[in-house]
Design a protein around this ligand. Structure first.
Ligand code: CMC
Length: 384
């Protein structure tokens, strides 16, 4: 066993076949359901992206209409889940912890079979996609001292999320910005949270457990937790007007620059390109080019400093950098950036779980034991 090759972080190991998305890290290309991300993200509604992942094709107009109606019908929370969220908000629990609690409780008060079989799981998948925005928005309303806003069935998925957060009719430019974001990050190969979801599914556990585990994985700053810190960084430097000082201090302190670097991409993350285009349009329409211009300037300086800092490792802009910029623009509170990532990524998680169910083998890698052997037992009162 000792001579077994160790793949730390499972780097370079393929463990599943998928039709959902494909990443070429050398060329900086991402394909989602057969479409280059650039061709899908700005055109699709989120409902179309999810339909695409669940059915491996785009819906017809009639299919889209009935899919939208079906999803909209699953938006309401049970009283039990609302109580969980009210309590979480009262105790100032972090948004991702509240989301984890809400998802874990998602089958309380719901008259549905436990989703362990592919057919039931398909139905439950739509329920989870629909209910996550309501969980996040309900938590946020309680957290802000406001009453939750009931979902509206006449609004699309993205518009309804914005509406539930603020209680106001959403601005079409903000809806388009958010929709572009949701489509861009809906799926991304076997990232950490998706692997967790597939791994839980592989033991023939259920979909709610898989998505609950995935939420826990997404929370960390090396995965979905980066955009909040990215925004803090940008606002700090925008105010101080000293990007070089900030970059020098951060890198000299051995800290990582949030929003840069990726396990798979050796180029700029193509999602960063899509989101920077969407953010540029959004800020131009809103008449706030100054902030966007600053962001672009900071990105260029950061990439060049990182190249000096780590000449052997390309450290380019990743998706989280422009996620922060775009979500800030469309009015998502920064405390909800990662939870909003989950609002999108749940579409990928459930589609991966269904793929795993259809062609399952339990996930069971190996570890390399580096501990002692042959120890002799000492009774507790004789130990030093
Ligand atoms: N700033 C400064 N140095 C960095 C950075 C960074 N953002 N990213 C990597 N490095 C350095 C790292 O310190 C290491 O140096 P050394 O070899 O001297 O220890 C070297 O580059 C390789 O890093 P690694 O940790 O082996 O790379 P990884 O592939 O395991 O990690 C990453 C990828 C995304 C976790 C990492 O680049 C990082 O921590 N970035 C900052 C956090 C961030 O932006 N997270 C969002 C990721 S994108 C969202 C998603 O797809 O989930």
């Amino acid at each position: 066993m000792a001579d077994r090759e160790l793949h730390r972080g499972l780097e370079g190991i393929a463990v599943a076949e998928t039709r959902l998305s494909s990443i070429d890290g050398e060329r900086g290309e991402l394909v989602i359901g057969g479409f280059p991300v650039e061709g899908l993200a700005t055109r699709a509604t989120y409902e179309e992206s999810v339909f695409l992942l669940l059915n491996d094709r785009l819906p017809t107009a009639a299919e889209l209409d009935s899919f939208r109606t079906e999803l909209a019908g699953y938006r309401t929370l049970s009283e039990e889940v609302e109580q969980v969220l009210r309590r979480a908000a009262r105790e100032n629990v972090d948004a991702m912890d509240a989301l984890r609690m809400g998802v874990a409780a998602a089958n309380l008060g719901v008259d549905a079979t436990e989703p362990t079989e592919p057919t039931e799981a398909r139905e439950y998948a739509k329920r989870l996609v629909s209910v996550i925005p309501t969980i996040v928005a309900t938590y946020w309303r309680y957290r802000s001292g406001d009453a939750p806003v009931e979902p509206r069935e006449d609004l699309g998925h993205a518009a309804n999320y914005l509406y539930m957060l603020s209680g106001d009719e959403p601005d079409p430019a903000a809806v388009r910005g958010l929709e572009t974001y949701l489509n861009t990050v809906v799926d991304h190969g076997l990232n950490a949270s998706t692997f967790v979801a597939r791994s839980i599914t592989s033991s023939e556990s259920d979909l709610v457990s898989a998505v609950t585990g995935a939420v826990g994985s997404l929370k960390g700053p090396l995965h979905g937790g980066a955009p909040g810190p990215v925004l803090e960084m940008l606002l700090t430097v925008y105010e101080s007007g000293d990007p070089e000082g900030y970059l020098q201090e951060t890198l000299d302190a051995g800290e990582r620059l949030m929003g840069f670097g990726h396990r798979v991409y050796r180029t700029r993350d193509p999602r960063a390109t899509v989101l920077s285009g969407a953010a540029e349009r959004f800020y131009a329409d809103a008449g706030d080019e100054a902030f966007f211009d600053f962001v672009e300037g900071f990105e260029a300086r950061a990439v060049s400093r990182l190249a000096e800092h780590k000449p052997d490792r390309p450290l380019e802009t990743n998706v989280e950098f422009y996620t922060a910029v775009l979500l800030y623009g469309v009015g998502i509170p920064r405390e909800l950036f990662t939870a909003t990532f989950a609002v999108s990524r749940v579409g990928g998680w459930v589609a991966h779980c269904l793929e795993q169910m259809a062609d399952n083998r339990i996930v069971r890698p190996l570890s390399v034991y580096v501990g002692d052997r042959g120890r002799t037992w000492t009774p507790v009162d004789e130990r030093e």
